[in-house]
Design a protein around this ligand. Sequence first.
Ligand SMILES: Cc1cc2nc3c(=O)[nH]c(=O)nc-3n(C[C@H](O)[C@H](O)[C@H](O)COP(=O)(O)OP(=O)(O)OC[C@H]3O[C@@H](n4cnc5c(N)ncnc54)[C@H](O)[C@@H]3O)c2cc1C
Length: 135
Amino acid sequence: MFLTNPVALIGNDAGGVVEARCIRMELGEPDAKGRRKPQPVAGSEFAVPIDVVLVAFGFDPVPIFAAGNSDRIEVNAWGGVVVDANQMTSVPGVFSGGDSVRGPDLVVRAVVDSRKAADGIHRYLQELSPAPARP
Ligand SMILES: Cc1cc2nc3c(=O)[nH]c(=O)nc-3n(C[C@H](O)[C@H](O)[C@H](O)COP(=O)(O)OP(=O)(O)OC[C@H]3O[C@@H](n4cnc5c(N)ncnc54)[C@H](O)[C@@H]3O)c2cc1C
């Protein structure tokens, strides 16, 4: 259903789901970038009978699980990985990019980040062990 937002899932005593409560959305006025943001239509709530919910895709980062130094990787309030200009995280030698840094975005931007990270990794490794001076 286009321009429809689920607002609640209703369960039964057996732990199953029985109803999705939804609301109709409409496109608002264009913002400064010309994008029309969906907004709820007041009083348009309706119910859809259901017995299963599949969360088809999500736009939240997978939480970083504590392993090695990974729990020291700084994340922002949304859970996105914080990186410097070289795509390096708060853990030296650990780099990140793409959706985990930017949030939901485009493949091309993930590719740009990976190219920047490759340069950053190269520079980082060179600083760790500079190439021997040529005779
Ligand atoms: C439904 C949908 C449609 C989209 N359509 C478009 C489109 O038309 N055009 C476009 O440009 N972009 C589109 N995007 C966005 C695009 O897919 C992303 O911006 C892009 O894939 C980001 O690349 P990424 O490498 O940062 O992350 P991902 O492609 O998400 O890659 C991250 C990888 O890390 C793996 N991973 C996660 N946790 C771990 C772990 N602990 N250990 C090992 N591996 C792990 C995951 O399995 C995954 O393979 C779409 C996204 C969605 C969800």
